[in-house]
Design a protein around this ligand. Structure first.
Ligand code: XIL
Length: 324
């Protein structure tokens, strides 16, 4: 393995190569790895409502500030994730007894407080995350219930008012594989654009496997984004080697390791072929396999990332480099 070629350098200035990080993993070997292989980070949890949003007008900046300071000191780009997401709703919000108008004002104040605080430091935001259901249709959430179906438009407008320069993304998963979901995501974006709502890009999370989606399925999704003049972020890339439909392996076999290398190469090669003006970043969702959220999410062993538990590069890393 050519150990002096790093991911960020091979991507050169065409796009960032990022990783999801946590504040408790910013020293030692992590720091060395992050600052040599990557030039962008996304907070795995520190920029979500559950961390910051303690109550109406009550914000805890400790964790996000620590991450932003680390990125600034190490000259790393930061992608802000995520202003509004149905999963990380703080407990106090679910028992909110105020009016819908008061709720909407609290959300506006939150979005503007966060985006204003990091304006000039955080260059891009997932303004709304996962607002469309698997199989299509707008996902029900406290935001939809209390703010109405134009809550998505409002969030993008508020983020733009707070930071005229940040790139504003819509972020979601499984749209290459799920064509009804894909259709409704782009229908939603078409409506935003026809109403002159500011949206700059789409994040395709890319939590995928060695078997799915196919390159062609990903290309169809990317083409729809580019047709709409949207910047494309592969925002949470990891590649499962224990996909549905295959016999589960309890170690990273040579066969699955090689399949993963090929899939990383395929995905990165596809991203690399996107016209430069529509590129932003490929962000892998974590550094070392044992830390991957996939293991808990799918409740089975898996090795979805680029580095093993000893921080050594896997074949997946070779595949990533081959795709650049
Ligand atoms: C996940 C984190 O990786 C976990 O550590 C956390 O417990 C839950 O959230 N889509 C997203 C990410 O947009 O924010 C999620 O991250 C994974 C799915």
């Amino acid at each position: 393995i050519d150990t002096d070629v790093f991911l960020k350098d091979k991507a050169a200035n065409n796009f960032f190569v990022g990783a999801a990080v946590s504040t408790n993993r910013l020293s030692g070997k992590y720091n060395e790895l992050l600052t040599t292989e990557f030039n962008s980070i996304t907070a795995e949890s520190e920029m979500k409502m559950r961390t910051i949003f303690l109550g109406p007008g009550n914000y805890n900046w400790t964790a996000p500030d620590a991450l932003v300071n680390y990125a600034t000191e190490n000259n790393l780009n930061i992608h802000g994730h995520a202003l509004v997401w149905h999963v990380e709703v703080p407990d106090w919000m679910t028992t909110f007894t105020g009016t819908d108008e008061e709720f909407e004002q609290i959300i506006e104040d939150y979005i503007k407080a966060v985006v204003t605080r990091y304006a000039g430091k955080i260059t891009s935001w997932d303004v709304v995350n996962e607002a469309i259901n698997d199989g299509g249709g707008i996902r029900n959430s406290i935001f939809l219930e209390k703010m109405g179906s134009d809550y998505i438009a409002k969030c993008f407008q508020w983020a733009r008012e707070a930071d005229p320069d940040a790139l504003l993304f819509y972020n979601d998963y499984n749209t290459p594989e799920d064509l009804t979901k894909q259709n409704d995501v782009y229908a939603m974006i078409d409506e935003l654009q026809s109403n002159n709502i500011p949206i700059d890009g789409i994040g395709l999370q890319m939590h995928i496997s060695i078997d799915n989606p196919t390159r062609q399925q990903i290309q169809v999704d990317v083409d729809k984004a580019i047709e709409r003049n949207l910047i494309v972020h592969f925002s949470e890339l990891d590649i499962r080697v224990n996909p549905d439909g295959r016999q589960i392996v309890n170690s990273l076999t040579e066969e699955r390791d090689f399949a993963q290398r090929l899939k990383y190469k395929e995905v990165v090669d596809l991203y690399n072929s996107i016209p430069d003006s529509f590129k932003y970043a490929i962000t892998v969702w974590g550094i070392r396999d044992p830390e991957s959220w996939i293991i808990d999410q799918y409740n089975r062993p898996d090795w979805p990332l680029l580095f093993d538990d000893s921080f050594d590069r896997k074949s997946a890393h070779i595949g990533f480099l081959e795709g650049l």
